[in-house]
Design a protein around this ligand. Structure first.
Ligand code: B12
Length: 155
């Protein structure tokens, strides 16, 4: 993980006022991906609510309706993230209060580790604001995306 501030992403008061919800999908029992993301996002200065693994869609949706987060980060590595993600985002976007909430998904979303561009596009079309594939470069892209959140929200 890069040290906070290395690319101008040091924690700011604006970020401390913002909440990021992290969650896995209903089928996924892996946890260290979630811990990794929590540490990365906290380094940026955000408040994080980590809902953990195996979160049913309705539990995530209820939590987000209550918290009204500034960003929702979905992580999955068991290989079922693509279909779980599609189902989840359709239910999430069907909630009027969550229609505009930024939601991203990333990790090992397919069973082969070689997610096609078409599948990535399908997730984006279904309602995710960004889709991050596996790998260090994608984590860097996500970090830049998350770091810019407070700036976008303030303008
Ligand atoms: C530990 C482990 C388990 C443990 C998990 C225990 C726990 N409490 O977490 C147990 C034994 C339960 C398990 C079970 C299974 N596992 Co497992 N598991 C692993 C293992 C060995 C390590 C995962 C880990 O902790 N990594 C450390 C974290 C920090 O890294 P990470 O998970 O890779 O996440 C990184 C990226 O994916 C990315 N990332 C993740 N999410 C997001 C989100 C965003 C937005 C972004 C930007 C980036 C991002 O960033 C993270 C840091 O770089 C991996 C193999 C490996 N060496 O990676 C397999 C692995 C993930 N498991 C795998 C599989 C298939 C399973 C099972 C289906 C096996 C089975 N047949 O039962 C089950 C699924 C259970 C379930 N219901 O989900 C596969 C997934 C294959 C795929 N998707 O292509 C892997 C890759 C093993 C393999 N090579 O086949 N597993």
């Amino acid at each position: 993980m890069r040290p906070a501030g290395e690319t101008g992403a040091a924690p700011t008061p604006a970020r401390r006022d913002r909440t990021v919800v992290i969650s896995s999908v209903a089928s996924d029992a892996h946890t260290w991906n979630l811990v990794f993301l929590q540490l990365l996002i906290e380094e940026l200065g955000y408040t994080v609510v980590n809902l953990g693994p195996c979160v049913p869609d309705d539990v995530l949706i209820d939590a987000c309706r209550t918290i009204a987060p500034d960003l929702v980060v979905i992580s999955s590595v068991n290989g079922h993230g693509w279909q779980d993600g599609l189902r989840l985002i359709k239910a999430f976007r069907a909630q009027e209060s969550l229609a505009d909430t930024p939601v991203v998904i990333g990790g090992k979303l397919g069973t082969t580790g070689l997610e096609s561009a078409a599948r990535t596009a399908e997730l984006a079309e279904a309602g995710f604001d960004a889709v991050f594939r596996d790998g260090a470069q994608e984590v860097e892209s996500f970090r830049d995306f998350a770091a810019a959140l407070a700036v976008r929200a303030a303008t």
